[in-house]
Design a protein around this ligand. Sequence first.
Ligand SMILES: Nc1ncnc2c1ncn2[C@@H]1O[C@H](COP(=O)(O)OP(=O)(O)OP(=O)(O)O)[C@@H](O)[C@H]1O
Ligand SMILES: [Mg+2]
Length: 659
Amino acid sequence: LTWVIGGLAIGMFPFISVYVPFYVFGVTHPLLKLTVLPFVLIPICFGYAAVGFRLWDVEIIVKKLLAYTATALTVFGVYVGADRLIRVLIDPEIAVAGAFLLTLLVAMVFAPLRDLIQDGLDRLYYREQYRSRRHILDFARELNTELDLGQVVALLVQRVRKMVSVGRIAVLLQEEEGPRLRLVASDASMKDNPQLSNDFSKFLTAELANRDFLYIDEMMNLLEKFPEDRDLIAEEDLAYFLPLVVKGEVLGLLALGRTMSGDYLSSDDLRILEMLTSHAALALDNAVLYRQAHARAQEFERLKDYNENIVQSIKVGVMVLDTDGRVRSWNHSMEQTHGMSAEKAIGKYADDLFPASFLVALQQARHRVVEGSESIASAYRVRLRYGDDIDRIVNIVLAPLADDRGRQPTVVIVDDVTDRTELEAQLRQADRLASTGLLAAGVAHEVNTPLAGISSYVQMMQRKMPKTDPRRPILEKIEKQTFRASSIVNNLLNFSRQQSSDMQAVDINGVVNETLVLAELPLSTRRVQVDTDLNGSLPLVWGDSGKLQQVLMNLVLNARDSMPNGGDLTIRTARQNGEVVVEVADNGTGIPKEQIHKIYDPFFSTKGTGQGTGLGLSVSYGIVQEHRGTITVRSEAGSGTIFRVALPVADTGRACAAG
Ligand SMILES: Nc1ncnc2c1ncn2[C@@H]1O[C@H](COP(=O)(O)OP(=O)(O)OP(=O)(O)O)[C@@H](O)[C@H]1O
Ligand SMILES: [Mg+2]
């Protein structure tokens, strides 16, 4: 532009500064006409500016030129007019001073006047472009903040309606899973839901990929192949199809009718439409991406919940420990095994939560994993004991967890096997009893016969012997010992459960009372105080009252034996967890820890020879098992023992059938 203005100035300066003043003062000379020659410089400068600076926008130059020329002419006209007026009307004498003042005035008003003229010219010249440019800018601004697909399309339809006067407007978008173009928005005049065929959709998309727009008259021949679509287009009076394209991919299209007056769209209209569609396509692409990102985030959230639910609901304890040993995750089973809620446990150090035995096992497993000797390490039957009432046996599995932040937390699976371990112990016990029972049954059978022989021969000899015979007391002792031996044998037979049972619905309180009547004599020999706490509203149990009495009698006698100097014997009955429970408690010597697992073994007895056979508890165990019940013991050496027998409640159906 400097070149253009400079050229103008140099070109016009000699003429304006030399010829014009001389001419004004009435002087003419042929030489003065030479001042026209520098005008040649003007087009040369224009040319140089255009070529040298690629100043192709001639429109702007012409407009600037027009503004300058108009300003110069106006100023010049006013100057000459004013000068003449001064000379003619006022006084030729002050003409020089007037000219000076006028020049000053010209210098002052030239620039503002030029701007004014230029502005006016701009308005006149660019009125249409101004309007559409503002519209497009507004549209782009509106779209910038819009992430909703439907809203973007609606804005596009609105804006097209504002800027171009066409009969029909419709926006069709490519369906996510197929090639079909689906109508997503239209102005009110469209039919409800016009459907383009798949093939025609494909065809349109392919055509529009490399074109700015398609005009219906150009496609008439091609449309022969799609008669239904052709009819639809004709019915809806659509004439133009403009692509909504981003990075070469056609997202959809803008379909338009002819103008309101039935004419074709001007090339200006089409240019505006192309700009609108390119802005809209970008916004659509963003909206689609946003929608996908949103859907993905939701899916992610759903998956996270799903996984968390799985972890929460599985039946083994799962906790995640940070590299610094803090708990990061703690599931529902963990709460149950440990007894602490997730809320409290999360964030605490494992060292503060678990007993030493557990921590040692955990540490060893972790070492093995860190050293790499095992990818997953485990520890079996770890005792988890803290406080008074938590004492569990658990299996631990420890595995490193790849973390997205490069750290390596560990997942620890804590499987509570307390119940399983107890059950296994019971099974082992039952197994041992079963094999011992078989052996005992065999022995009992073999021993019973010779015993019967001994006993009858002794009785025979007693009958033949005079009452005064001094050997008679010896025979009586033999007879007594045979009875004792046969009672042991009978016990053995009981134990081996060879005897059949007479099962029926039994009132356990009744059995307790009968036992206490029978035990009155043996108890009276020691100073044993008997207390009962019997629940009067107990359901019946299914069992053999004779055998249950045998169990209770054994527990009562054991209790008595544990209190050689007297004490308290308490019998309680209650209903717990759907079972009937009988507890026999004493405050006797108690059972030392190292013996407690042996007490159900046959022939285990701490009582002196001839005092106990050690069969009482093993027989009782067998009987309780036969009743599908459980017998458990809690004992502390020095302070007493509580035996607890739990029996299932009689099934009313079965009880009725039996009754
Ligand atoms: N209430 C108790 N207090 C202390 N120790 C007990 C108690 N009950 C059982 N025991 C211990 O368990 C052992 C086994 O008891 P069990 O009833 O099987 O045999 P026993 O009483 O010794 O002999 P039996 O019952 O055949 O006459 C006892 O010898 C005793 O050491
Ligand atoms: Mg006993």
